[in-house]
Design a protein around this ligand. Sequence first.
Ligand code: HEC
Length: 297
Amino acid sequence: MKGLSINLLLDATTPLADVTAAGPLSGMSVLEQLLFSLILIVILGGGLAIINLSSTMVRLQQARLLAETNPELIKEAGLENLIKPTPWWQELYRRFTDTVPVEKEADIMLDHNYDGVRELDNNLPPWWKGVFYLSIAFAPFYLYFNHFSENAASSQERYVMEMEEAEDEVKAFLATQKNAIDESNVTLLADADALVNGGLIYKTKCAVCHGQAGEGGIGPNLTDAYWLHGGSIADVFRTIKQGVPEKGMIAWKNDLRPRDMQEVASFIKSMAGSNPPNGKEPQGELYTEAAEDQASK
Ligand code: HEC
């Protein structure tokens, strides 16, 4: 379950592949996987036991019929071990279940008859009664321990604990994701791949408003040293991510992955000073890289 909740908590921009690449079991801890396998084995075993039981019942019925009609054939049919005197474990089983032998069932048959289905008035199985009484005896201790003593965490405390655990897990998970980039840790990329990719994003999504070469248009000139919302890589990243919706600049956080926004922000920074033709007049405040370098050192 925890695995699932983490996936749901992921930033919506995490590429689907990162989440779905994990198989159905990979979200489980080792313990959960063990438990899961155990449950499977129990279910399988139960199925086999039922098949075995029904075939034994059929053979038992055969043996009984033969015992009444033709006892010497029993051995021939290989059924003699079925009608030997009851071994001790079967006796024990009978005591634990307190079942009435088939031949005596008529004594406990109720007179209801539901379209041919009749009901036996069996005793409650002793094993079941034992568990029932044990649980009654256990209840006061449990109540005391969980609700009145200080030993156990309350549901509220356990909830808080689990939320904290889950938060830690989310953090640990996000730390392993290369997409976990935000304004606080974004860095300027300089490698060719990143800039080519950033340039592609710019051409398809941004150039309509900011010009093919960043000279500006509906949006401001991105190649000059003047910025409305700050010119550091973190500022540019934040502007792209959050947008300035009231001024016509979309928030891109739902369309672009953090890594994409980092690449396009780096691409924009790489256009600085390129002085394209028809540049839009500077807007905002002068931003100098030196100031940022000083600040970040
Ligand atoms: C629909 C037009 C439009 C599109 C498309 C658009 N922008 Fe903008 N952008 C604007 C406007 C308008 C502003 C100015 C906002 C203001 O006046 O505060 C702006 C401002 C900005 C700024 C801040 C500039 C400064 O001076 O601080 C950056 C950075 C920016 N856009 C990057 C992008 C990127 C990257 C893309 C593509 C992913 C993009 N924009 C797509 C219209 C657009």
